[in-house]
Ligand binder design. Structure first.
Ligand SMILES: NC(=O)c1ccc[n+]([C@@H]2O[C@H](COP(=O)([O-])OP(=O)(O)OC[C@H]3O[C@@H](n4cnc5c(N)ncnc54)[C@H](O)[C@@H]3O)[C@@H](O)[C@H]2O)c1
Length: 399
């Protein structure tokens, strides 16, 4: 194993800061088996965002370009956490420079680019993975365990939604999130997470139908300065068209079961509500990201007169928690930032050459990232064809 790994994060925005913090924490989780992690650089075109994040999270320097990071021999591992349309150029450039790359979801903004990235990843000598953080959520991982162990049994029906409200103010600033092809809006932004979670629990999606994509706020004011994440900002009186979806919904058939998925960025009052219920042969379970340290569980057992959903508070007996929190006692609570730390840990373990059996579950591959985008493309195709049923395998072959 190498003595140390140098780390950089490209993008100091909303999720970039979560990556930057996660690399700081990763070696303090579980047994101390990682090599020394050197926090080398935060890359961002915006000097203020980049220097602030570097200082805040203890990175040695700020770099204004991804090329500077690619050329720096002190850097081994790079997270790419910038707008989806920029992922391909940066990921390919970093792989060509011999870096290990963890790219944020969705893999890209187009399938063509995503496939090219997966090709580059397959032929690279280094590790290239995609960050689907919700697989690291202890409650979601535990529900999956209950399905796989047979306690919940075979999945029959999945109902999921990811409602957000970052787009519900029509005076909120235009940003990269509101531009792109149909399907590159809420569907790609939060639907990519929800589709990944649905397959994590129910197996592969085989077809989608009833696709609907809607843009309900059709133009937005151009901001006067740089905007981070979903922040509000001063805006000009110039408006630009919103070209992608504020809302998306579809039905799906899975390897196991059927279901419906609904995503929104205009769901006022729901800043970050990933919720689902999964119904199985022996019972059901539900999860709500607003209460990440618990799940609801119903098992058909005992007298039906006293049966029903119960609250299960997550703790050291559930995935990721034992050793994965500084104070890993029952009921201490945790949230989405912890999932980024588990993800960083899993990625660093793989890069460091720690055997899969001794590691956290590996991160998703770029091929998984392509597959996730094929599902979203199938939804967009269904929506364009009045909700027609689209087999996901046809997207794989033809899109
Ligand atoms: N896993 C999650 O839960 C999660 C959450 C939010 C965002 N994301 C993903 O993370 C990525 C970034 O989203 P965000 O919300 O952090 O975006 P953001 O708009 O908040 O931040 C993007 C940052 O990139 C910088 N930037 C722009 N062009 C650049 C370039 N060429 N080189 C370097 N830096 C550049 C910007 O100055 C900004 O600081 C997206 O792919 C998004 O889908 C994932």
């Amino acid at each position: 194993m190498v003595d140390s790994l140098g780390v950089a994060v490209i993008g100091a925005g909303m999720a970039g800061k979560a990556h930057a913090a996660a690399y700081r924490t990763a070696s303090a989780l579980y047994s101390p088996t990682l090599p020394e992690i050197r926090l080398v650089s935060i890359g961002d075109v915006n000097e203020r965002f980049g220097t602030l994040a570097a200082r805040r999270f203890g990175y040695r320097q700020w770099d204004s370009s991804w090329q500077a990071i690619a050329e720096n021999p002190e850097i081994d591992v790079v997270s790419v956490v910038i707008a989806n349309s920029l992922h391909r150029e940066v990921v390919e450039g970093l792989l060509a420079a011999g870096k290990h790359v963890l790219c944020e979801k969705p893999l890209s903004d187009t399938l063509v680019d995503a496939r090219a990235m997966a090709d580059a990843a397959r032929s690279a000598a280094t590790v290239a993975k995609v960050g689907f953080t919700f697989r690291r959520t202890p409650g979601i991982a535990f529900i999956r365990d209950l399905i796989h162990s047979g306690e919940l049994g075979k999945v029959l029906h999945f109902s999921g939604r990811y409602w957000t409200d970052y787009g519900c103010d029509p005076h909120g600033p235009m940003s990269w999130r509101f531009a792109g092809e149909p399907g590159s809006g809420a569907l790609a932004d939060v639907g990519s997470h929800l589709a990944y979670v649905a397959e994590f629990l129910c197996g592969d999606m085989t077809s989608v139908s009833g696709g609907q994509l809607s843009t309900v706020i059709t133009e937005r004011p151009v901001p006067l300065g740089a905007v981070m994440g979903h922040d509000h900002a001063e805006v000009s009186d110039v408006f630009e068209p919103v070209t992608n979806d504020d809302y998306a919904a579809f039905s799906a058939t899975f390897q196991n079961g059927v279901g419906a998925l609904e995503v929104s960025r205009v769901a006022a009052g729901h800043a970050n509500s990933l919720t689902f219920e999964v119904f199985c042969e022996n019972g059901a379970a539900s999860f709500d990201q607003r209460r990440p340290a618990e799940i609801q569980l119903f098992l058909r057992e005992g007298r039906s007169a006293q049966n029903g959903y119960r609250q299960v508070i997550l703790g050291p007996e559930h995935p990721y928690i034992a050793g994965g929190l500084a104070m890993d006692a029952p009921s201490v609570g945790f949230g989405q930032n912890d999932a980024f730390a588990y993800q960083a840990r899993a990625f660093l373990e793989e890069v460091a050459g720690i055997a899969e059996a001794d590691s956290l579950p590996r991160c998703a591959t770029c091929d998984d990232g392509v597959h996730n985008m094929e599902l979203l493309a199938a939804v967009a195709r269904s929506a364009a064809d009045n909700g027609a049923t689209v087999s996901t395998s046809t997207i794989g072959a033809n899109a």
